[in-house]
Design a protein around this ligand. Sequence first.
Ligand code: C5P
Length: 215
Amino acid sequence: AGTGPLSGKHVLVTAGPTHEPIDPVRYIANRSSGKQGFAIAAALAEAGARVTLVAGPVALPTPSGVTRIDVETARAMADAVAAALPADAAIMVAAVADWHVAAAAQKLKKGDAPPALALTPNPDILAGLAANQQRPRLLVGFAAETERVVEHATAKRTRKGADWIVANDVSGDVMGGDRNTVHLVTATGVEDWEPLPKADVARRLVQRIAVALAD
Ligand code: C5P
């Protein structure tokens, strides 16, 4: 915590994918580099916030001034998020796997019959936070969409109980890249942001968060 517009505020960020083990050497995951979430955590810390970053498996250094908690699965991410409350704001950037399987204790052998994966839904961490007694005052979700981006994001904002959804069009080469084209969906409308480096998306979002938390 230092000086800056977010000094005295605690902000929770999730980032990266989750890995859902199938056996000791295999997993199910969503595609995510963690870059956008880590950039947001860095920008929040630069703005003076106390930042808790709950990170799935990614190959990224911890931004300076950020408290990082590493997790593997969605269930562990949900637990880490709950344990980090209370928070003034939560920015859920992680690409959480939607399902897990009952992991085998030993490596499955490819010579055996192909295993049938029985998928069980993971908790929705964002929707769970929205319904939590300790709901952060500002709750921001992300929506990676490949078509009808704003329409899907607008529906997601209401369905999940988030205040804002940052929608990004992932039909191009966003994944792992350094630039992002996003739309900020709030209760009052939609802002289309020009394509920006992920660090600039982060800084602009953090400015908006500072204004929202200053009210
Ligand atoms: O439903 P969808 O996965 O598209 O929603 C994306 C948003 O919800 C992101 O903010 C993501 O971090 C969050 N999410 C979550 N827990 C899940 C699935 C998504 O927090 N199990």
